[in-house]
Design a protein around this ligand. Sequence first.
Ligand SMILES: Cc1ncc(COP(=O)(O)O)c(C=O)c1O
Length: 404
Amino acid sequence: MQFRFSDSLKNLRPSEIRELLKYASAKDFISFGGGMPNPLTFPMDDIREIMDDVLSQYGSLALQYGNTGGLNDLRTEIKNLVLETEKIKTSEQNIIVTSGSQQGLYELAKVLVNPGDAVITEEPTYVGAISAFDANKADMHSISIDNEGMRTDVAETEIKKLISEGRRPKFIYTIPTFQNPTGITMSLERRKHLIEISKQFDVPLVEDNPYGELRYSGGRIPMLSALDKDASVVYLGTFSKVMCPGLRMGYTIGPEEFVGKFNLLKQALDLSSSTFSQYVAWQYLKRGIIKKQIPKSIDLYRKKRDAMLKALDEYFPENSSWSKPDGGMFLWATVDSRINTTDMLKDAIQEGVAYVSGNAFSPARSQANSMRLNFTFSEENQIYRGIEKLGNLVQKKVGPLQSN
Ligand SMILES: Cc1ncc(COP(=O)(O)O)c(C=O)c1O
């Protein structure tokens, strides 16, 4: 018998990153591919102690089904956390706990998008958002970014054009701080402009902020949700990068009407996120362990970022360029325009080093000569060796082209 699959799967592409994760465990292999936090930052002892306490003090509740919206005590801690870290004022009924912010992205699209509806994204943007939006048959209009983040002037023109065609976009998706994949942070002026555009053209904003706490240099810039209380913003947060991804704990904050619909859909999806994980996350926040862990991660990652920047300076050919992020986990490197990083990846893997090619992050497929480099996972000596190998490979590819 043959399965007759739904049309919604047609747009989905296999993830280059997932494929690459297979190699990450091979001995001596250097992976700049995944977006994985460094396991050295995982608070193993604290989590072990919390799990024991949760089982002995709340076992009968923590192993039971829970509210779809999430554990109330955890939502209170999240409310306090976003107020303290990002100056975002919200309340428990505006928060819904999700199984990672990836679930938030999927649900967001499911709740708002009919097949073929326009949505605005950055170009390039997070590959998981592309999958979530593709799975819901959104028509992505991606807006280029420069050193100040999304080109909001270009976004404005695109939105006007879409509206004139009767296709008002359903939302504008942005990762304003330490963007994935580029590491770039959107300037305050652009953030303000984006809010103006959102209000003027009646298009809600969605801001995704997994990396905001991982700042190694520069000063904090307010999130869209904190800039204007009248703006219509959905905020996606996660504990994956500041605790551990394995518990799959994230959260979505939005206007009540939106959260209500989101909640209905979540009942159909998984009834609720893991109650046990929620109890662990609650205690992790309540005991203030997050405040101990973040500075440790920052110390570790800052050194790795600096090592990668130095290695790029040393080993990448002259006509390459790369971002210089103030935080997060990634650098975005662009090499000679005649190089296709998807093709080059096979050679890189042969050399024992991996990255994710630019087009994986590109709704417009326009990033063929760029690559995303993760600097948080590898050791410093691997970072030097890996970048040297990549630099040599780029040079080797460009050499024959130059003599033509
Ligand atoms: C921008 C962005 N959004 C969402 C996610 C999903 O994170 P999680 O589902 O682990 O919370 C990631 C993970 O890398 C990300 O980079």
